[in-house]
Design a protein around this ligand. Structure first.
Ligand SMILES: [Cu+2]
Length: 141
C-alpha cells in the first residue's frame, strides 16, 4: 500500500516538471514585451503614416487624436493575400481593431505574424477628407 502511494506521488511529481518546461518554452513572441508605437491622428492624416516592424514583432498601437476623435482600422491581410487564407496580423482582441470611443485613445495589441504591407485607414467618419486618411504598416521579413 505504501509503495503504491509513493508511486503515485512520484508520477504526479514527474508530470509537473514537463508542464513547467512547456510554460517556460511557450513561443517567444507571447512573452515578449510589445513594441509600443504611438500614432497621432488629426484631420486628415496619421503621423507617422508609414509604420515599419520586423516580422514576429508584438505591437501595441496607441492612437491619439489631436482634434476630433479618429481611430485606426488595419487590414489584417497583407496586400495581395486577402484570398489566400489566414490573416497576417493576429489581434489579441479582434474587436478592438477599428473600435473608436469618443475622447479616448485607441490602444490595441497584435502580432505581426506575416511579412507584407497592411493598409490602415481612419475608422471614424471625420469629415470631407476622411476617405484619404490612410496609412501603411510594413512588416519586414
Ligand atoms: Cu476619419
Amino acid at each position: 500500500m505504501r509503495k503504491a502511494i509513493v508511486a503515485v506521488t512520484v508520477s504526479v511529481g514527474l508530470a509537473v516538471v514537463p508542464l513547467c518546461v512547456a510554460i517556460a518554452q511557450s513561443p517567444a513572441n507571447q512573452n515578449q514585451a510589445p513594441k509600443i508605437i504611438e500614432v497621432s491622428a488629426k484631420k486628415y492624416e496619421f503621423t507617422p503614416n508609414e509604420i515599419r516592424v520586423q516580422q514576429g514583432t508584438r505591437v501595441e498601437l496607441k492612437v491619439h487624436s489631436e482634434d476630433e476623435t479618429h481611430g485606426i482600422k488595419l487590414s489584417v491581410y497583407a496586400e495581395g493575400t486577402k484570398d489566400k487564407g489566414k490573416p497576417g496580423l493576429l489581434f489579441d482582441q479582434p474587436g478592438e481593431n477599428g473600435k473608436v470611443t469618443k475622447g479616448v485613445d485607441q490602444v490595441f495589441d497584435f502580432a505581426a505574424q506575416e511579412s507584407g504591407t497592411y493598409d490602415f485607414k481612419c475608422a471614424k467618419v471625420c469629415g470631407l477628407g476622411h476617405d484619404r486618411m490612410k496609412g501603411k504598416l510594413v512588416v519586414e521579413p
